[in-house]
Design a protein around this ligand. Sequence first.
Ligand SMILES: [Zn+2]
Ligand SMILES: [Zn+2]
Length: 383
Amino acid sequence: MQLDPDILNLIPEMTAWRQDFHAHPETAYQEHRTSARIAELLRSFGCEVTTGLAGTGVVGSLQGGPNSLMFRADMDALTMSEENPGCPYRSRHEGKMHGCGHDGHMAMLLGAAKILAGREGNRPCLHFLFQPAEENEAGARKLVEEGLFQKFPVQAVFGLHNWPGLPAGEMAVRPGPMMASCDLIEIELRGKGTHAAMPHLGQDVVLAAAHLVTAVQAAVARETDPLDSAVVSITRLQAGQTWNVMPASALLQGTVRALKPETQDRLERRLREITDGLAAAFGISARFSYDRRYPPTINSEAESDLAHKAAQKVAGAPGVHANLPPSMGAEDFAFLLREKPGAYAWLGTGKAGAANLHHPSYDFNDAALALGASWWVELAQPS
Ligand SMILES: [Zn+2]
Ligand SMILES: [Zn+2]
């Protein structure tokens, strides 16, 4: 491992920033204190600062050239209560928590910005993006729609997420899909309710719903190439109020994940066709709604290679994985990668007994701050 010596000196400061963010979590588009603190720090480093992007987003820029790169950290916390009794920097906002480690992402990118701002030498123009609303609310899409890349016409974008499934000290990045798409489905089946003893006088939406729960799996198990990956999970099934009345409606909800845009497109089309076909077969009606949330996160070849080389430099070659399987979770960095070439990497933060992302006792592992920040510095200015 070859960590940046200036970053090593910055560990106490990065740790203090991280724990301060952790104590003051703010959820999607409400990251006002966080955003103000970041803008203040970036200015103190000597960055040119742009605020108010998609509401609370901040960009700190350093001149260079001729190329220009964007490095992104997410700022938002989760709507959940923290269970880390005794932790001195435990969330002070009940019901909100940095349960995904975005506090660590901000601290690492701030550390890199501080070191790079004070360093001479050739390097591209750098834009450090602190993004609102990664969790569920697609802050990255809002930034793109508001003209992020017209304001900052960069050649490539890079992102980093902590990964408790990898040991601290290791990293992973690969070309192609890193994370899956994430969509929501909701289906309402409607028929004619009746007395449970006289089913022939109505239409049984419960029986139809039961068939539908199994039929949708054909879109994955029988129609998706076994070497591709997809998930359809029906997670909610609601119908009826009692045992002797056949209800008139049934509600199903669930989520759909895919690693390729074409698989995502096909699943949407096929789930609609299966629902309509099944409703026709049972003589009932169906309302099908498909809410596209996030596309798959797909890394480009050349930028994955740069990210991989930087990771090998700072973490040491044996600690860097180039063929770890992608995750079926989702990430809104995908919206930036749809516009620009780039790469999204994982930073190992795992330690024995530690909780995973989105768990009430999760806490970002500060031992990983120096590696993540060193990776950013190396990516900006390969040594
Ligand atoms: Zn998360
Ligand atoms: Zn996250």
